[in-house]
Write a protein that binds this ligand. Structure first.
Ligand code: SAJ
Length: 443
């Protein structure tokens, strides 16, 4: 253990990061920046080629520069995933995807395959870190026994094993990797110590715990956010019926020192929040998990609500739905990212595509267009459109020129604001305006 810690302190430790995606590549690049010799492994040859050419396949602020600098300095290289690439020494951080299947059950196939391959090549004194989000209990019941039985080595004594969940949000990955306190949960005290030493060389603050607690804490964080957003969304639906604006309500309620209601919106997307609550509840079949499941249902309903608001806006403005032209702003699952994974915009685009005459989508950050027509400018999106549907709050969509938009759109234009980025008073002068949580006042 002393030798491993000295190797970390002296930056002699060889580090491998398995999975070079949204989390793995920033991880590899930041450890290389801290002075380690890092090999990033990925199953996609094009990702490996890009990294070895000093580029990043992910659009993350600062990442391309960081990859380029460290490849040039000889501290970062990439390899295609195969059994030879996994014959590693030093430490390995596993950052592969852990999705859910159609039945909302965790699919740990990628992780277990990786753990098996590492187990077959594990050497005495190595550190194995799991960074992927996992269902509670996975370290003790799956990862540890697989590694021990395939290597014939004892965890926490002959090799070290820790769960160190990531906490980075796309768009702020590099900053959050360094600045967010990092949970380090070893399978035993030695493993916690060694992993804390490694992550402490890049992260400003590490919090030592054990693997079992870290597993639950990680999925609890994302489930808390999902449940909070579901509450905001349900409040929004209520405010529409009551006749008040949910934004006023949330802002006022949040002046209470112990209240922090999140923002309602057109649904919850991305690679984590729609999935992680299921990783948490799948860990026990004995409990009904009514709250967490209901929150998921509320958030999953929101894209449907946006479609209903759109259809009702078209009716109110006297349009024939089947002939109507719709302009959708935003394909990304959240603001200022190019990521469309599980984006609520996909569900809205698909439904409107089935119901309306023509649907176009414009997103200055993200290439996805789902089943609908992608346009490259706002003007193209708006031309003669009957309804503008705002799905993502990219900075480019703030301060739109309302008069110019109304001039470009068809007669009696409508706006459905899923992100509450429009100024209610100004927009209603030119448009039929409806928005998530905006109740029409009776007084
Ligand atoms: N959203 C709302 N209202 C809000 C906040 C978010 O509707 O008030 C929506 C967003 O528009 C988006 C979805 O929720 O569609 C998820 O966005 P997000 O910003 O909450 O989260 P992610 O998926 O980008 O990143 C989350 C983060 N977790 C928490 O904030 C607790 C991040 O720190 C994690 O590292 C990441 O999940 C992960 O990988 O687990």
């Amino acid at each position: 253990m002393k030798e491993l810690i000295n190797n970390i302190r002296g930056r002699h430790l060889k580090l491998t990061v398995l999975g070079s995606g949204y989390v793995g590549l920033p991880t590899a690049a930041l450890f290389a920046k801290a002075g380690f010799y890092v090999t990033a492994i990925d199953k996609k040859p094009e990702v490996v080629t890009a990294v070895n050419n000093g580029a990043s396949h992910i659009n993350e602020p600062g990442l391309c520069e960081l990859v380029s600098q460290n490849v040039k300095a000889g501290r970062l290289k990439a390899k295609v995933n195969n059994i030879d690439a996994l014959k590693v020494e030093g430490a390995i951080i596993i950052s592969v995807q852990t999705p859910i299947n159609e039945n909302k059950r965790p699919n740990l196939g990628f992780l277990i395959r990786a753990v098996r391959n590492i187990g077959k090549n594990l050497n005495k004194g190595m550190l194995v870190v799991i960074g992927s989000t996992i269902p509670p209990g996975t370290m003790a019941t799956k990862v540890k026994p697989i590694l021990e039985s395939l290597s014939n080595l004892k965890a926490d004594e002959e090799f070290y094993l820790a769960y160190v969940p990531e906490r980075i949000a796309p768009g702020k990955a590099l900053k959050e990797f360094v600045e967010s306190p990092r949970l380090v949960g070893g399978i035993g005290n030695n493993s916690t110590r060694v992993a804390a030493e490694l992550f402490g060389s890049v992260c400003k603050k590490v919090i030592e715990t054990n693997a079992a607690v870290a597993e639950v804490a990680k999925v609890a964080e994302n489930t808390y956010r999902d449940v909070n957003i579901a509450f905001a969304n349900e409040l929004a639906l209520l405010c529409e019926k009551i006749g008040v604006d949910v934004i006023d309500v949330v802002n006022l309620a949040n002046t209470h020192p112990r209240v922090n209601i999140h923002m309602p919106g057109p649904g919850v997307g991305g690679p984590c929040l729609p999935k992680d609550p299921y990783l948490l509840i799948n860990s026990s079949k004995k409990i009904q998990n009514v709250l967490i499941k209901t929150a998921r249902r509320v958030n999953d309903y929101m894209p449907k609500h946006i479609v209903e608001l759109t259809l009702s806006a078209l009716r109110e403005t006297g349009k024939d739905i089947k002939k109507s032209k719709i302009a959708i702003l935003g394909a990304a699952y959240k603001n200022n990212v190019d990521d469309s994974r599980l984006s609520p915009s996909e569900k809205v685009s698909d439904e409107l595509f089935n119901l309306c005459g023509e649907v176009r989508i414009f997103d200055p950050c993200c290439n996805a267009s789902f089943r609908v027509k992608k346009v490259l400018t706002l003007t193209e999106a708006l031309k003669d459109a009957d309804c503008l549907v705002i799905m993502t709050d990219h900075k480019e969509f703030f301060n739109l020129d309302i008069q110019e938009i109304s001039r470009l759109m068809g007669v009696k234009p409508a706006i459905v604001d899923g992100r509450r980025i429009m100024n209610n008073k100004e927009v209603t002068k030119y448009f039929f305006y409806s928005a998530v949580g905006l109740g029409k006042s009776n007084n």
